[in-house]
Design a protein around this ligand. Structure first.
Ligand code: SN0
Length: 373
């Protein structure tokens, strides 16, 4: 793997999930792969989970790691060509990138949407320069439009928690080392099935929630992209038999927050949050600013004073109409804006195991990149 940006970069999802389960079983079995190899992690924005989990994943694989916070101690970087550099920016990205590439074997980059131009953000202007000029494999650690390491960890978490018990692959007469591996990982039930032995689809609801600041669309874009890919990863007749992910995916948000069709494709949008939550097995909460799809002039804006949107905050009221849903959020989360204390602290909250799975998703990605060096 030379680039990790989209779900398609990972190839077959069931294979990737089986690999994640194998990483979880023994994360130190590939230390030879990373010997004398260096990962460079570059942060243009803040990070807690991405920084720690990716560093841990690289160390698990025997790699050396260099972390650079561009805004703390590095030269301020110009990103545009043709600019007369007489301001506060001392170095151009076009020199900085190949220099950084010369000190490492794999590069991870975090660079959030800037909200200055929708076109620049959605063309991935910064990350594409790293791909073009670093000479190294590049993985996205939240870019302007995607956060694939998060979405992969989310998918792993949903797979691990998507069941009432179903027969193990052997009991079902399915002999597949992949299925066995996953089953073993999850107390002998294959998490790749839908709910119940019949493989009934699990309902996953992604809900917008209020926030005082304008946040990127990267997390909801990737979550939608990955859920749709997972749902499409098996043809319907195979669902629930050979280990397919049967997912009924619904997105709910106030009007104006419609996400870019390249990520949500034809996913069902339900503007009534309570209706969307009915029968949900997983509730995935996230704030995002206006994606500029139905309201191009409002790209990157908060559309309403958050005080008027507080009924979107996920609380016991909405959770009561779900199928005892698990609660998920990528973190960091602002309590009592996005979710109430009782829901995030409740027995169905998965936010901590979800964050722990960031180490696993990062390790699968780094392992694949090391294997293709
Ligand atoms: C980022 C986002 O994309 O929404 C990172 C999430 C993984 N979140 C924030 O920037 C939150 C900032 C805040 O003030 O709450």
């Amino acid at each position: 793997m030379k680039i990790f940006q989209h779900v398609s970069d990972l190839g077959d999802l069931r294979t990737a999930l089986a690999e994640a389960a194998e990483v979880k079983r023994d994360r130190y079995q590939w230390q030879h792969l990373g010997r004398n190899k260096t990962a460079l992690l570059i942060f243009f924005n803040n990070s807690l989970r991405t920084r720690l989990s990716t560093q841990k994943a690289a160390v698990n694989l025997g790699m050396n790691v260099i972390v650079l916070d561009v805004n703390q101690g590095a030269w301020k970087l110009e990103t545009e060509r043709g600019v007369i550099m007489d301001g506060d920016k001392s170095e151009h990205l076009l020199e900085a990138i190949p220099v950084m590439g010369s000190y490492c074997d794999i590069i991870g980059v975090r660079s959030f949407a800037r909200f200055e131009s929708r076109q620049d953000d959605y063309e991935e202007k910064i990350l594409n320069q790293f791909i073009r000029y670093s000479g190294r494999p590049v993985f996205f650690m939240e870019s302007a439009t995607v956060h694939p390491l998060q979405a992969f960890a989310d998918l792993i978490t949903i797979a691990e928690n998507s069941l009432t018990p179903v027969p193990s692959p052997k009991e079902r007469g399915v002999y597949s080392s992949e299925a066995d591996m996953i089953a073993t990982n999850n107390g002998n039930h294959s998490p790749l099935l839908g709910r119940g032995a019949g493989g009934e689809a699990i309902k996953v609801v992604m809900t917008w929630a209020p926030h005082p600041r304008a946040l990127p669309q990267a997390v909801p874009n990737s979550f939608a992209e990955w859920m749709i890919a997972a749902a499409n990863s098996v043809t319907p007749p195979q669902r629930g038999v050979g280990g397919g992910l049967a997912i009924d995916f619904v997105i709910t948000h106030p009007e104006g927050y419609e996400l870019d069709p390249q990520f949500v494709q034809g996913a069902r949008v339900e503007y009534d949050q309570m209706k969307a939550f009915e029968g949900a097995d997983f509730v995935y909460a996230k704030n995002w600013s206006c994606p500029g799809v139905t309201r191009p002039e409002d790209y990157g804006k908060v559309l309403h004073d958050y005080h008027t949107m507080m009924d979107w905050c996920v609380s016991a009221r909405q959770m009561a109409v779900t199928n005892d849903a698990h609660f998920m959020h990528c973190l960091p989360v602002r309590r009592n804006m996005i979710v109430t204390d009782d829901v995030i602290e409740g027995p169905r909250s998965l936010v901590i195991p979800e964050a722990a799975n960031r180490e696993i998703s990062a390790q699968v990605v780094l392992k694949r990149m090391l294997e293709s060096l």
